[in-house]
Design a protein around this ligand. Sequence first.
Ligand code: GMT
Length: 375
Amino acid sequence: MKIAIVCYPTFGGSGVVATELGLALAERGHEVHFITYKQPVRLELLSTNIHFHEVTVPDYPLFHYQPYELALSSKLVDMVKLHKIDLLHVHYAIPHAYAGYMAKKMLQAEGISIPMVTTLHGTDITLVGNHPHYKPAVTFSINKSDVVTSVSESLKEDTLRLFNVSNGIEVVPNFIDTSKINTAFTDCQRDLMATEEERIVAHISNLRPVKRITDVIEIFDRIQKEIPAKLLIVGEGPEHEPALQLAKDKGIAKKVVFLGNSNEIDKILCFSDLFLLPSEKESFGLAALEAMVNAVPVISSNTGGLPEVNEDGVSGFLSDVGNVDEMAKNALSILRDPEVLQQFKNQAKEVSQKFDTQAIVPMYEAVYKKALKKI
Ligand code: GMT
């Protein structure tokens, strides 16, 4: 099949999932065309089966806002015609589903029928998409998609609750290539980051308010009062400063290391003992799954799709949003005893296996077949 994938190319779960999906589909013999404004961060190699087409938006001074949707839908039309693409798969409803639908209609006017699959990722529904300024357009594009998927049961429920959806929604969970993690990385340089006695606690995100980074600091503060520990924060975003300030106010700034954005999170997770994800909202929590596959147990909130990923008492623990005392208590119950830590590490890895690429990608292929039948 020839598939066009539209996604955000930056650091962030939806772009990562879209890129990994494209790579997995290419490995399974499909021809994949990424269509976005920059080469996706995790897309390192192009090949006969993997193509990237850049959407450029000419900067015209008359416009206060440059019309990206217009440039994207025009690029989709051109690429579908040039490469004889069979199907559009758009990740993140805003504005991709909207632009995809416009492309579909333009192609239809030229006698070309192409189905569109829309994958909802979370904030396109629970935060941004739900805003009254966007809601009519998001509802319209969901209802006009040939097949809609969501990354968790929880996100499906949120979508049905928040939008007037006439379409069915299929749940296709996020996934990870567990084999890559098992074999790819061997030189884990733990000693660069901490001493032998210190436990390494990690957090990876785009440091936006929804991730509650100050809770990460609060939890870590309680941990480091009891045992020697270091906190590694990976990612960049607006909560960097408030988190740094809180760490300074608590006198623990030396124990908190901000590493910025990284393409090599496996190298950080391989020596991490615990992962913190106390988010306000999380449709799935791909970062938690990435930690688990690297045998890092997860202390998270119980919001959204997190309970579908992090099994309470098995791969880590779940608590109510903001309950930093309980999160710290649970963290210490794992970190204090090396045997308990090892047990949770094994269990975290075990739970992650059910989200392996080999199990989930065929679900997308089945979705594509269903979408093709609709045109
Ligand atoms: O919140 C993020 O980290 C970025 C955001 C995105 O749109 O890229 O992530 C969303 O999609 C991910 C992939 O499906 C999910 O794992 C995240 O849980 C989801 N984020 C939220 O729901 C807040």
